[in-house]
Design a protein. Structure first.
Length: 306
């Protein structure tokens, strides 16, 4: 049996908000078994908790924004991609402003901190949402499909209709290990003309070559170039992993996306959850024998959050 996990220690991350350009401080703390992910605005009195679920996605135009009537928080997707991919089931993310820090535009800084903090094994069995019938959403030539499969895998294609940076596609079986090595370092990207437009309306104030791949007239403007082949499509998969975390449980299925983005990912999660005939919730306690020994590296972990 696989057990739920949370963090062994609180993580602190300081950075800059992409849109505000202001300093942001974030803490990721452990949470009890079955609690899932919660975003907490600690700069407000009283603090506001925003459960990470698809009904609380309030905007997807430039990033994934979660909120309730009381408060919103932008750009949460890279953090939740890292938590989900590394198998953290339960966490509270405290932030002292309206957006998560953009850091280097990738999920790598989150991955490093999570691995440093380590995991605490909880006393409850991990649960999965297993897809048993395909779900599709479509918007013009864009589409997302989630099909039954073992594990969680993604096939993603992007296409700028013949113009730079052209078509890219990538398939990956998403595991903690493959996320770290193949996806986590892929940075967000944007066209310089779009960034200039955003800055003129007071957005993207913190955007720079330090936190995004900038594309302009057939070229990558960052002096260091791309970090890897297919960095752009890999980043789209990273975003999808973060957005699919809004299902609230790890998903077993094969996600196929063409020309997607946060809004298509959100619509897919919404469509999935509105079709209870298309999935089952499986407990790892039902699938494997009970009392599987806890791996040795977790031997000293106290199940403090059972
Ligand atoms: Zn992103």
């Amino acid at each position: 049996m696989e057990f739920q996990k949370t963090l062994k220690k609180t993580i602190e991350i300081n950075g800059t908000g992409l849109h505000s350009g202001q300093p942001v401080n974030l803490k990721i703390k452990s949470a009890g078994a079955g609690e899932g992910y919660i975003v907490r605005r600690v700069d407000l009195k009283p603090a506001v908790d925003i459960p990470v679920k698809v009904d609380n996605i309030v905007d997807t135009t430039l990033a994934t924004v979660v909120g309730t009537k009381a408060a919103t928080v932008s750009t949460v997707e890279h953090c939740f991609a890292a938590l989900r991919a590394l198998g953290v089931d339960n966490a509270i993310v405290e932030v002292d402003g309206p957006e998560f820090p953009i850091l280097d535009g990738s999920a790598a800084p989150y991955v490093d901190k999570i691995l440093d903090a380590g995991f605490s094994i909880q006393r409850s069995a991990r649960r999965y949402l297993k897809v048993i019938k395909p779900i599709r959403v479509k918007d013009g030539d864009k589409f997302c499909i989630l099909r039954p499969a073992n594990g969680f895998s993604v096939t993603y294609s992007i296409d700028f209709d013949g113009s730079f940076p052209g078509a890219q596609n990538f398939f990956i079986e998403v595991t903690g290990e493959s996320f770290v090595t193949e996806l986590s370092r892929a940075r967000t990207f944007g066209f310089l003309s779009d960034v200039e437009k955003l800055k003129s309306i007071g957005k993207a104030r913190g955007a720079s070559l330090e936190n995004a791949v900038a594309l302009h007239e057939g070229k990558v403007l960052n002096p260091e170039g791309l970090r890897m082949k297919g960095e752009l499509v890999r980043h789209k998969i990273l975003d999808a992993v973060g957005d699919i975390a809004f299902v609230g449980l790890p998903v077993e299925g094969h996600l196929i996306v063409h020309k997607g983005g946060h809004e298509m990912h959100r619509r897919l999660v919404e469509a999935l959850l509105s079709r209870p005939d298309a999935w089952v919730v499986v407990s790892s306690a039902d699938e494997k024998p009970l009392f599987t020994p806890i791996p040795r590296e977790f031997g000293r972990v106290v199940a403090a959050h059972g």
